[in-house]
Design a protein around this ligand. Sequence first.
Ligand SMILES: NC(=O)c1ccc[n+]([C@@H]2O[C@H](COP(=O)([O-])OP(=O)(O)OC[C@H]3O[C@@H](n4cnc5c(N)ncnc54)[C@H](O)[C@@H]3O)[C@@H](O)[C@H]2O)c1
Length: 310
Amino acid sequence: MKGIQKITILGAGTIGMSWAALFLATGREVCVYDPAPDIQERLTQFIEQAQTALKALGWQHAGKTDKLTFNSDPSEAALGADFIQESIPERLSLKHSLYQAIEPNLGEHTIVATSTSGLKLSELQQGFNDPSKLILAHPFNPPHLIPLVELMINERTNKSHLMIAQAFYLSIGKQTVRLNKEVPGHIANRLQASLWRECIYLLKEGVASLEDIDKAVAHGPGLRWATMGPSSLFHLGGGDKGIAGFCEHIGPPMQTWWDDLGDAKFDQETVQLLVDGMREITDKRPTPVLKEKRDALIVSFLQDLKRLEG
Ligand SMILES: NC(=O)c1ccc[n+]([C@@H]2O[C@H](COP(=O)([O-])OP(=O)(O)OC[C@H]3O[C@@H](n4cnc5c(N)ncnc54)[C@H](O)[C@@H]3O)[C@@H](O)[C@H]2O)c1
């Protein structure tokens, strides 16, 4: 997609850095605004570290920084941008101030995409005089590897911006889903929150260790979910009658499991149980090893998916 060539990154922490590495790897010009004093050093280091994975995914410009610039003024950074990916801290007032600073310098066709995990589009729009350019585009960490981007607009958004943004994300290997209404946590975070609540409940009840609960997800349903999601998988599990057959067969016991699902709270005792459980895991496999394994397996899965789906 040639239309979007100049991209501005506002905020280059965990998420913005990863976006920047991906956009550069696809050959885009990237201008970064982030007030952190060590931003240039941190970002160039991240781009270097991410290049192996991005090259493996077919992005020829991975690791190159000749199209990377920094600007210490957000409104100057926004000037001339086709697309802006905002990933600053999750504070409404901070995002509003930034939007006010950049709005006078936005071009007629500039699209502003916010990575927000939890703030509402309608509230974020209050930072603009004309909110038609703002879309919600929530990635999954790390965005240079994980394909999902959750998109949302509302009646105040220019609809063509959504179509252009969607085509852009698809052209750089993302998979987009569309939210039709505002809901806290969008789609994917709610789903992982519901599963994690039950993981924590099982841990607190002493049903299994944290290591075994993680294993039960990763080596069973998790492996299948990556291929197509739970409803399609249950359809495949329902024999000739598909999902209807599955509901007939497994529906009644599943209803009893639903009725028995537990609750969880982030109290001190729970956090300590999680910390202790993770210590047992990282004693065997230190955190950098876990991270390397995660990234290598994601890359190899995505390579296979590309081969299968073209
Ligand atoms: N961390 C995640 O897993 C995750 C996933 C998806 C979306 N998000 C969303 O992405 C956004 C950023 O989250 P993060 O985890 O990258 O945060 P972070 O704290 O890692 O990074 C934020 C960056 O913004 C910079 N910053 C602070 N004030 C700024 C300002 N006024 N203008 C420009 N930059 C500023 C900071 O220096 C920092 O580098 C949030 O809205 C968050 O909800 C986070």
